[in-house]
Design a protein around this ligand. Structure first.
Ligand code: UT7
Length: 340
């Protein structure tokens, strides 16, 4: 029996309207536009206003992906997020209901900045297991809700946004099919990026939980080195499994954590920087939203043509990382207005 492959059939994204520039940040912490641009590649980012939650971004991105797939229905929803609307329940069912999808299976996947790749592979698994014939896979985060707005180690980097794809069952040899997959984790590095309180280990209602324990902390330098190493290794693994060389890759779309990380991975792989997609300049690091948001913007700019060979890779808290190869489908290349 041949396995049912997952084929990309729809694409969409959403960014909140409020723009926060580097100068805005420099007004409230010891940083500068020059430092943030040079060290991260970020010029501005989008931030949700109070009252907007992850599900709002996910529903908008999901609706756009369903529209682009040409049909309002899918058989399941997988939402990658580290910023669910509530600690309980999962946000996936809220998103499925918001999209009018009835009682389809819907749940969250938590792998933080690698979350979209984990969710994509989970969606492919639902298709292979014949749980559904089509799956909406969304990466969405309102990551600024975890960040101390005065912390210069995290506030310049993290931002809010969502992206989504529709997967349908198909054949591995058709344009749009996922090809090779590599996923991995190292829980010994769990403290590199984390929010200490609010879970079962350090409960939010305990009075001894400090206010700052509810904010994200990150050991940036160590994360940087691990991100370059792991994204490079994982990319090499999937390229070998697909039978592609680096030169075969038309577009490298990595998790947008830092432009310097993306170029370092490209350099380690021997990839042309021109074929490395970077949109972090106006999005910041949108965590699980970043890869599908980058795919949607790249497609809207005409950077992805049918049959193009695409390499996705990510690294994030957990730590988790991974890579996926795919070919670009027909029908998802038309110029679009930027996500809003
Ligand atoms: O998405 C999940 C994965 N996350 C990531 O992949 C993020 C990975 N890490 C990074 O992107 C980088 O480590 C950062 C952008 C977070 C930091 O950049 P860096 O080049 O690693 O800076 P650093 O922490 O080594 O600090 C270098 C200098 C220090 O000053 P001294 O000691 O050299 O005088 C810092 O105090 O830059 C200073 N600094 C800042 N200066 C102005 C650190 N943050 C800032 C800031 N503004 N925001």
């Amino acid at each position: 029996m041949t396995r049912r492959a997952a084929v990309l059939a729809g694409l969409g994204s959403a960014l909140p309207p409020r723009v926060v520039t580097n100068d805005d940040l420099a007004g409230r912490m010891d940083t500068s536009d020059a430092w943030i641009r040079t060290r991260t590649g970020i010029a501005e980012r989008r931030v949700v206003d109070p009252g907007t939650a992850t599900s709002d971004l996910a529903i908008t991105a999901g609706r756009r992906a369903l529209d682009s797939a040409g049909g309002p229905r899918v058989g399941a929803v997988v939402l990658a997020t580290a910023t669910p609307d509530h600690p309980c329940p999962a946000t996936g069912p809220t998103v499925a209901a918001g999209l009018g999808l009835g009682t389809v299976p819907a749940f969250d996947v938590g792998a933080v900045c690698s979350g979209f790749l984990y969710a994509l592979v989970t969606g492919a698994g639902l298709l292979a297991a014949e749980v559904a014939d089509s799956v909406l896979v969304i990466g969405a985060d309102a990551f600024t809700t975890l960040v101390d707005p005065h912390d210069r180690a995290t506030a310049p980097i993290f931002a809010d946004g969502a992206g989504a794809v529709v997967l349908r069952a198909g054949r591995t040899d058709e344009p749009g099919a996922l090809r090779a997959i590599d996923l991995a984790s190292d829980g010994l590095q769990a403290d590199l990026i984390r929010v200490a309180a609010g879970g079962s280990r350090q409960r939010s209602h305990h009075t001894e939980a400090l206010r700052e324990d509810h904010y994200l902390t990150m050991r940036g330098g160590e994360v940087f080195k691990n991100a370059v190493l792991r994204m490079t290794e994982s990319s090499r693994t999937v390229l070998a499994r697909t039978g592609w060389t680096t030169a075969d890759v038309d577009l490298l779309v990595g998790h947008q954590a830092n432009a310097r990380i993306l170029y370092a991975v490209a350099d380690q792989l021997g990839a042309d920087r021109e074929r490395t997609y970077v949109n972090i300049g106006h999005t910041g690091n949108t965590a699980a939203g970043s890869i599908p948001l980058a795919l949607d913007e790249a497609a809207g700019e005409g950077r992805l043509r049918p049959g193009d060979r695409v390499l996705l890779t990510a690294f994030g808290a957990g730590t988790t990382w991974g890579a996926v190869t795919l070919t670009w489908p027909h029908g998802l290349t038309r110029p679009r207005t930027p996500a809003a």
